[in-house]
Design a protein around this ligand. Sequence first.
Ligand code: UD1
Ligand code: CA
Length: 461
Amino acid sequence: MEKYVVVLAAGKGTRMKSKLYKVLHQVCGKAMVEHVVDATRAVKPSKIVTIVGHGAEDVEKVLAGKSEFAMQEKQLGTGHAVMQAEGQLAALEGATLVVTGDTPLFTSETFEKLFAYHEEESNAATVLTAEAPDPFGYGRIIRDDQGNVLRIVEQKDGKPEELKVKEINTGVFCFDNQELWSALKQVGNDNSQGEYYLTDVLEILRKAGKKVGAYKMPDFSESLGVNDRVALAEATRIMQRRINEGHMRDGVTFIDPATAYIDADVEIGNDTVIEGGVTIKGHTVIGSDCLITSGSRIVDSQIGNGVTVTSSTIEESIMEDNTDIGPNSHLRPKALIKRGAHLGNFVEVKKAEIGENTKVGHLTYVGDATLGKDINVGCGVIFSNFDGVKKFHTTVGDKSFIGAGSTLVSPINVADHAFIAADSTITKDVGKYEMAIARGRQVNKEDYWHKLPLSEDEEWK
Ligand code: UD1
Ligand code: CA
C-alpha cells in the first residue's frame, strides 16, 4: 500500500501571541512542524505535502528537501487546508495520513500502528484518539451505544453532554486516499466558526455507508496539541524527558535529567556524565567519558572524548580529546582546542587555535591567534587583536612561554622556544630562543618612609 502524508501548517497561531508563526516555535531546538515531518518520514511515505499559508516562506525553508508544499491563501479551516493538496494527491491510490503541524510529540511508531490498524480494518477513515485528562479545546469523539464512531464535535460546537466526553481527536487521521478527496468536496462550513472542518469527513463517509473507525492510544501524552505557550512548555518537558531517557539507555549518566536541556539532534557518547542545569543545543556532538558540570552551555560544537567542561559556555567551537575548560570560561565561535590542551578559569578564546598540550590557566583573552604545542600562557595575558578599526592575527610557536600579565599587540609573531617576561607589552616579533622583556624599569627610592608624616608604629586606616 502506497502511503502519503499531509501536514497542516498554514495557521497563524493567534493563541501563541507571537511574531513567529506557530508551527515554527521550537521544542528542544527543532520547529514543531519539523518534528512532525521527521516522524512521518520514518514511515516511508511516497509523498509528503505540507500546507503552508502564514509564514509560508519560513516554513518552506525549515522543511526544505523534506516535503512538498501547497499554498492555502486563506485559512478557512482544516478541511479546506487539506483540499489544497488536491493537485498533488487526488489522482493517487493508497492511504493518506493527515497530521497537524502543532502536535510535535507523535512518534513514527504511532503512525505505523495507525496505518496498520487502518489497513487491517479496511476502513475508509480511521481517526487517532486518546483519553485526555482535560479535553477542553479538542474535538470530541462521539460514539453510539455499541461504541461505533459517529462523528467528531469541536469544542465550540459541542452540546454540554458531548463536551463531557474525554476521548479526543488527536488531529491525526488515516484515510483511503480516494475516499478522502470525494468526501472533502461535501464538507460545508455551517458551524460556529464558519470553517471547513476536516473532522466532518468522518461523518460524511459514515453516512455514505463507508467504514470509519478509531484507533485509541493507550496514553495521551503524545497527542498534546500546542496552541499556547503553556502547552509549548509542557511539550518541551515531555520531549526533553524522552530525549534524555534515550541518552541514558545509550549509556550517558544524568545527575538530574529534569534540568538537563538537550536539543533533539545532540549526540552524546557513553560514560559521559551530564550534571543538572546543563544546556546543550543545536548540532552538538559530545564524545565518551566527558564530564559536563552545572551551568555549562554548549551550542553547535564538537567535544571529543575525555573532555571536562566545568561551568563554561562553548559556541561553534571544537574541543579535541582530553582537553578541559573552566570554571567560568567562554569559547566563542571558531575556537579550536587541540588534544590535551588545558584552559582554566575566566579564559575567553575567539577564532583561535590552542595547540596540543598548551596551557592557558587563568584570566586570559586569546582572539585571532594560532598557538602551537606545549606553550605556557601565564595569568592575565591579553592578545590585543583590535586597533579600533581592524582585527590582526598573532602566532605563538611551540614550547614558548608567555609571562603573566603580558599584552601581545597584534600582529605579532612569537617563534618556537621564545620567552616573554612577565608584564611585557609586546609590539615586535620575538625570535627563536630569545627572551623579550618590555616593561618600565623599577626604581626604588631610598628612605621614603621618613619623608611622610607617619610614626613607626601607626596603623593604616
Ligand atoms: C484541531 C481539530 C480538533 C483536534 C485538534 C487536535 C479541526 C476542525 N479541529 O483543532 O478536532 O482535537 O486539532 O490538536 O480539525 N490549519 C491550517 N489551515 C487552516 C486551519 C488550520 O493549515 O485553515 C492548521 C494549523 O496551522 C494547525 C492545524 O491546522 O497546525 C490545526 O489547527 P488549529 O487551529 O490548531 O486546530 P485546533 O483548534 O487545535
Ligand atoms: Ca491545534
